[in-house]
Design a protein around this ligand. Structure first.
Ligand code: SF4
Ligand code: SF4
Length: 428
């Protein structure tokens, strides 16, 4: 990596703490991602992006701001990226996938709060995230109670605009959400000093749709058996999709898909004999949280699909680009986001149906449910998911964990037992 120290210093990072973080990432990346065999060549781009995660991409953000643009940080897939892009902004998903400054975060937050929220504040307090420090505005949402209340604290450090997300999907909720989308648009216009018009919004919808279509194309290729891409590489791409340039990302994902199609046609797979196909479902996995997929795939399984926000939930719905005018475009955007089936909704029948669909379409052998400790929406909804899968006789394993590595041995034992059980049951 080039020398970015001056840039990091100007952003206000704590260089010593930041050095510490940068030392931890390469070995973890080697162990979880680079150590895999027979990876497609197209993954080199994503390896490069990751190697420059605090370098080149941050330089692009700095240049964008110097040219008069804004950078907006988000924490959830409910925040419409299209609006940010239409306001001349760059949208960055703020990852929070590692244990950072947990003790410091616990001076503001209760200990028994999910690791994702604690990590998010930890990154801010430790001054080690150049993304959050590059942001002109942070956009939160009233999804779970922990995040909702956390944004009030975060707002003391940096301006946060919090969107009121309804928890049901009736007409009154739709009206509220459409209003919230307009309220965000107005705030972005104010911060950016730029109007969002019909043309910029339609163009932004097209760009983000193209990104999502590319990710959908990749998701289709994950149906191949033998597999042409690992679950870990697919997860890495989805994680990078939250902060990379959307046009470039779509191009690179499409190029990778071209290669994967060729490999499929030539009978080249990422590895040997049949591996139990796992659907990973539950809480999001932000960079560099590869713990559970690594355990699954080094235990002989394949993560064939991820039913989570860092998986198919992020890109399965597209915005209808055909609306007649600006108001129509705003409604189309609001409606697209309201389709998301996060566990914060009630009832959340769509999620159960989608999981059943994925089990069928991806020829899934077992579902592993990944829940972060203290995450009420996902830990509670696990019961309904399990009930639904029992009807279909699909094996289900519930894993509740956090960001520490202390439970790796115990999780591995449970995953291995599931994989062995599935292997003995699957017809040869
Ligand atoms: S799981 Fe729910 S709250 Fe969390 S990022 Fe996804 S949509 Fe947002
Ligand atoms: S993982 Fe659960 S508790 Fe944590 S931020 Fe997401 S929805 Fe909230």
């Amino acid at each position: 990596m080039a020398d970015y120290r001056e840039m990091w210093e100007k952003l206000g990072l704590d260089l010593a703490a930041h050095d510490g973080l940068l030392e931890v990432l390469p070995p973890l990346y080697q162990e979880s991602i680079l150590g895999q065999e027979n990876r497609p060549e197209g993954m080199q781009y994503f390896d490069f992006v990751f190697s420059e995660v605090h370098g080149l991409r941050i330089k692009e953000l700095v240049d964008h701001r110097a040219a008069g643009g804004i950078v907006v940080g988000t924490f959830c897939t409910y925040v419409p990226e299209e609006l940010i892009l239409a306001a001349g902004g760059v949208c960055v998903g703020l990852c929070a996938g590692a244990q950072v400054a947990e003790e410091a975060a616990e001076q503001y937050l209760p200990r028994n709060l999910c690791a994702l929220i604690k990590s998010s504040l930890g990154f801010k307090l430790a001054k080690v995230c150049p993304y959050i420090e590059s942001c002109d505005l942070l956009v939160g949402e009233t999804t779970c109670d922990g995040k909702k209340k956390y944004y009030e604290i975060l707002d003391q450090f940096q301006p946060v605009h919090t969107m009121e997300l309804p928890q049901r999907k009736d007409e009154a909720d739709r009206r509220l959400w459409r209003e919230e989308v307009r309220r965000l648009a107005a705030r972005l216009e104010e911060v950016a000093g730029k109007k969002i018009d019909e043309e910029s919004l339609r163009n932004a919808a097209r760009v983000i749709n193209e990104k999502r279509k590319a990710l959908l194309r990749l998701a289709e290729l994950r149906k191949c058996d033998p597999p042409v891409i690992s679950g870990r590489d697919a997860l890495l791409i989805n994680q990078i999709a939250f902060y990379d340039d959307p046009v470039r990302l779509a191009e690179k994902v499409n190029a990778l898909c071209d290669e994967l199609e060729e490999r499929r046609d030539q009978g080249i797979s990422i590895g040997g004999s049949h591996r139990p196909r796992i659907l990973l479902s539950g809480c999001p996995m932000a960079i560099p949280n590869w713990k559970v997929p690594t355990i699954i795939e080094t235990s002989g399984g394949l993560v064939a699909m991820d039913e989570m926000c860092t998986g198919i939930r992020y890109f399965r719905h597209l915005v209808d680009e055909a609306a007649a005018d600006l108001e129509g475009m705003l409604d189309a955007i609001a409606d697209r986001y309201l389709e998301i089936d996060c566990a914060v909704f009630t009832p959340n029948r769509e999620r159960l149906e989608h999981i059943r669909e994925l089990v069928r379409d991806y020829d899934i052998d077992a579902v592993i449910y990944y829940a972060l400790q203290f995450c009420d929406p996902y830990t509670v909804e696990a019961f309904r998911v399990q009930q639904e899968l029992e009807k279909e006789r699909v094996p289900f394993l519930y894993l509740e964990t956090d960001y520490s590595s202390e439970d790796v041995g115990q999780l591995t034992t449970r995953v291995q037992a599931l994989i062995e059980m599935v292997e003995t049951k699957r017809p040869v």
